[in-house]
Design a protein around this ligand. Structure first.
Ligand SMILES: Nc1nc2c(c(=O)[nH]1)N[C@H]1C(S)=C(S)[C@@H](COP(=O)(O)O)O[C@H]1N2
Ligand SMILES: [Mo]
Length: 203
């Protein structure tokens, strides 16, 4: 229990500069979801890229695993105020997904991430492309645990973690910036942790 005393103390300068306002540092990895963990069979798994209702491309689990792989290490921030430093992820960059779909020009600047538990969340194209997001299949070098969204989740680490949709089944280009599950229930449309964009009336 030697480390417990650190939790309540003021963070050091190095930690403080990496913590967005109102956040505290945690060592564990809390599990948060609106409902029970859905069971996703790899043989049934399918990832679909849509333009509105129209499918543009789809991958089975085996096909998805042929795509180029990427790694990212860094900090994640949950709107419930925990932050976790130096998390390690592997998966497929959204840029590589779009390239594999043969997407010459993105049809709209907005997307909805779609999950198999009927969860969704909106993220602008600019925040998914340019190496800023991936479909993550591994955490800490291990296949992503079902509680954390395995077999695959969205990872958009520069936004609050509710934008990182677990049990991801697709991405949909939308004609406008459409609110998702939490955005319809009072959470911010964008969710920048450095600006504390927690709730819809935050600037
Ligand atoms: N499909 C799905 N994704 C989801 C959620 C959910 O309920 N369903 N909850 C979100 C919320 S509110 C948070 S804070 C993070 C939590 O991710 P974690 O359980 O891996 O910490 O997942 C996000 N992604
Ligand atoms: Mo959350």
């Amino acid at each position: 229990m030697a480390n417990r005393g650190f939790t309540g103390r003021r963070p050091g300068a190095a930690t403080a500069s990496r913590l967005p306002p109102g956040q505290y540092l945690t060592e564990d990895f809390p599990v948060l979801a609106k409902g029970p963990t859905p069971r996703v069979e790899l043989s049934q798994w399918r990832f679909t890229l849509y333009d509105g209702p129209r499918p543009l491309a789809a991958w089975s689990w085996d096909e998805f695993n042929q795509l180029p792989r990427t790694r990212w290490q860094g900090d994640i921030h949950c709107v419930t105020k925990w932050s976790k430093f130096d998390t390690q992820w592997q998966g497929v960059a959204i840029d590589d997904l779009f390239a594999a779909a043969g997407l010459a020009a993105p049809p709209t600047p907005w997307l909805l991430a779609l999950s198999s538990d009927d969860y969704d969340t909106n993220v602008p194209l600019a925040d998914l492309a340019g190496g800023r997001a991936m479909v993550a299949t591994h955490f800490d070098g291990q296949p992503l645990h079902p509680e954390h969204g395995g077999p695959a989740r969205l990872l958009v680490p520069h936004l609050y973690f509710w934008k990182s949709a677990k049990w991801l089944r697709g991405l949909r280009f939308t004609q406008r910036d459409e609110a998702g599950f939490w955005e319809l229930r009072g959470y911010h449309m964008y969710g920048d942790p450095w600006k504390q964009q927690r709730f819809s009336d935050d600037p």
